[in-house]
Design a protein around this ligand. Sequence first.
Ligand code: SAM
Ligand code: SF4
Length: 325
Amino acid sequence: MIQDGFQRKIDYIRLSLTDTCNFQCFYCRPRFQETSFSPSNEYLTAFDIEFMFQVLAQMGVRKVKLTGGEPLLRKDMCDILQKISAISQIKDISLTTNGYFLENIAYALKESGLKRVNISLDSLNADTFQKITQTPTFHRVWRGILKAIEVGLDPVKLNIVLMKGVNDQEVEDFVELTQKYPLSVRFIEFMPTRQTVQDQKKYAVSNEAVLNALKRKYDLFPEINTSHTGPSRNYVLKNGLGSIGFISPITHNFCDQCNRVRISAKGKLRLCLLGQNEIELLQIIRQRDANQFEKIFMKSMVFKPKAHELNMRAPWVESFVTIGG
Ligand code: SAM
Ligand code: SF4
């Protein structure tokens, strides 16, 4: 079992597969990459990833999230999924994507072992969507969402970063979407990075305020099926098909229950999304020395901070594109 210095059990790894993206959401702003590609040797390969998760599964990891940048830009995505899903101890594999490639690839992802998917969709309005992502692709992403439901990925979650004056007027539209579709909408608070610290002050919306306003208008019932919830506090509408969740790193800190660490596409272990420590793993993975990998991974756990310090000091993380949010 993997444990950090505060007796938190770590059984969840979020692996970023690339640090580029075909969107440029203004709160993230990665290096732009238009078409799918085979990553160069400085990135973890499908075989590196397979070795790493075989060892991590022996150490107690049960849950994997693939993210990015945009993970579906990688041509070897299905190969990676097949390799991870062949590891019997890994019980849950999910993906966070902008949805652009989903329409074409959702079926193959499901066949390769993907169980569920999170799709970032900050607006239901094509113009607002374009302003946020810098791409005119709302309708394509929406078709990808419907395809994900059709092929049986379950749950299909929508990640929505709420921003004052940008998309916060759409909260009720998203809530009502859960009445018509089996979609789990998740409102996520805008987090400051070095790139966006000014924007965050301007756009920040408190999930607590949103939840209180929604409770005045709708009968929101706490969700009973609580699998796959993580730090999200979830509700359902009466007769709703989906659910409504709130992930509130700013107003409702959930660090005491943190069960995850992150690994970047270039093999750096990141112990906290917003923390400073990084440990180089690429070379150790490439040596295929399971004992050494386990030793270094376990030793690194003492560097996992007790909590993020977002409300106390300036952010040092440049952007979430390298570590997947
Ligand atoms: N490209 C994929 C996507 O957008 O779903 C995966 C990577 S993206 C970095 C992962 C998540 O991080 C997205 O849901 C995105 O909205 C979120 N994110 C990025 N920057 C953020 C910020 N400053 N505050 C809150 N969420 C952020
Ligand atoms: Fe790309 Fe996701 Fe960042 Fe948007 S949030 S720019 S889709 S990596």
